[in-house]
Ligand binder design. Structure first.
Ligand SMILES: Cc1cc2nc3c(=O)[nH]c(=O)nc-3n(C[C@H](O)[C@H](O)[C@H](O)COP(=O)(O)OP(=O)(O)OC[C@H]3O[C@@H](n4cnc5c(N)ncnc54)[C@H](O)[C@@H]3O)c2cc1C
Length: 326
């Protein structure tokens, strides 16, 4: 028999050192059923860039109860916690993440269709969402075909293309709040904007998304999806690891144009390089480190600012700690 969990009792005070609070959080997570834990887990294999420092705790819940337990423990012990989907828009600095990275992935990929509503769990890929919509003869997600990542990550980021953004077709989102409670957020409360939603700043985890779509001919839906993917293959350097667009589009301009103007296209630091095919993509040429990518981002921002006066803002989510200066 396992010892009973101390999760809701509390031992370490919120002002105890982080290491003590983290140890207690790990004990709580070990007692949560349906939770897989890895300690000091390098994040490179969990991100599409293929770089990244280690997560002190990489937690893989298999049930919503396990997600709730993790959020409750992290909240009570004031331990940093952040969700990781498929890691396609994430850069973990070389010094690693000092708390819990909670992975919402394959375990959460159920799909349900009811009329023109598609409900899909947050760990499903956008590709799976697009496929389910096409199979059901539901239109609205065609623009997202070829965008990698999870449904939860796409909702939090309000992922989009020139053809639309995911928030436009979201009716509601089911979340686990930071205190471990479950809730439903309706579209109007989610504050969707360009590559943002209130979910990015709020400490909550998306567990499923309800899309409101429109009936259409499956063949027409598939044709539009195919064209979206083809267009992407033509313009993006998809044979190397990347995180998609590194910078957001500045008002009335394009980050790629400014990066080219500043002579950053093709610039290399270590194993990371601004792609020659798409100026706003950093690619991993095989042996890049998170530090190479961070330095490349900082250099690009500085050069673009010097040349154009525009300060670019990262679209990629950069988390974790820098290495101490030598
Ligand atoms: C080749 C390539 C092309 C891309 N093209 C596009 C594009 O055209 N348009 C576009 O918008 N993006 C694009 N992206 C970026 C990325 O695919 C999307 O932002 C994607 O939706 C992120 O999902 P993810 O699961 O990978 O999120 P992650 O990278 O794992 O996380 C990104 C952010 O979302 C949060 N998050 C993830 N899952 C959850 C969850 N369940 N609950 C709460 N928060 C969560 C994370 O905490 C983090 O802040 C591209 C990336 C690549 C590699």
């Amino acid at each position: 028999m396992r010892e009973s969990c101390t999760c809701d009792e509390g031992r370490a005070a919120a002002d105890a050192p982080l290491a003590d609070r983290l140890t207690e959080a790990i004990q709580c997570l070990r007692h949560a059923s349906g939770m897989e834990l890895r300690l000091d887990e390098p994040m490179a294999p969990h991100t599409s860039l293929g770089v990244g420092g280690a997560a002190a705790v990489f937690a893989i819940p298999h049930t919503i109860e396990a997600v709730c337990a993790a959020m409750r423990a992290a909240h009570r012990l004031a331990v940093p916690i952040l969700c990781v989907g498929r890691g396609t828009n994430l850069l973990v600095r070389e010094g690693g993440f000092p708390g819990i990275l909670l992975h919402i992935g394959e375990a959460f990929s159920a799909v349900e269709v009811e009329g023109s509503r598609l409900t899909i769990q947050a760990g499903a890929t956008l590709a799976e969402a697009c496929e389910a919509a096409a199979n059901a003869g539901l239109s609205g997600l065609e623009f997202a075909a070829g965008v990698p990542g999870s449904v939860g990550g796409a909702a939090a980021m309000n992922a989009g293309t020139g053809g639309g953004q995911i928030g436009d077709v979201i009716e509601a989102i089911d979340v686990v709040h930071e205190d471990g409670s479950l809730g439903r957020c309706l579209h109007d409360s989610l504050d969707f904007g360009y590559r943002r939603s209130c979910l990015r700043d709020a400490k909550c985890i998306v567990v499923s998304v309800v899309f409101a779509l429109s009936p259409a001919e499956p063949a027409a839906i598939r044709k539009a999806m195919f064209e979206a993917v083809e267009n992407r293959c033509r313009k993006q350097p998809l044979s190397l690891g990347s995180c998609g667009s590194v910078f957001k589009r500045p008002p009335n301009d394009y980050a790629g144009r400014l990066l080219e103007l500043a002579g950053v296209k093709g610039l290399r630091i270590g194993g990371a390089r601004f792609s020659g095919k798409h100026a706003n993509f950093i690619v991993n040429e095989g042996n890049a480190t998170a530090q190479d990518v961070v330095e490349l981002i900082e250099t690009a921002k500085r050069r673009v600012y010097e040349v154009t006066g525009v300060m670019l803002e990262e679209e990629v989510c950069v988390i974790g700690e820098s290495l101490p200066l030598q």
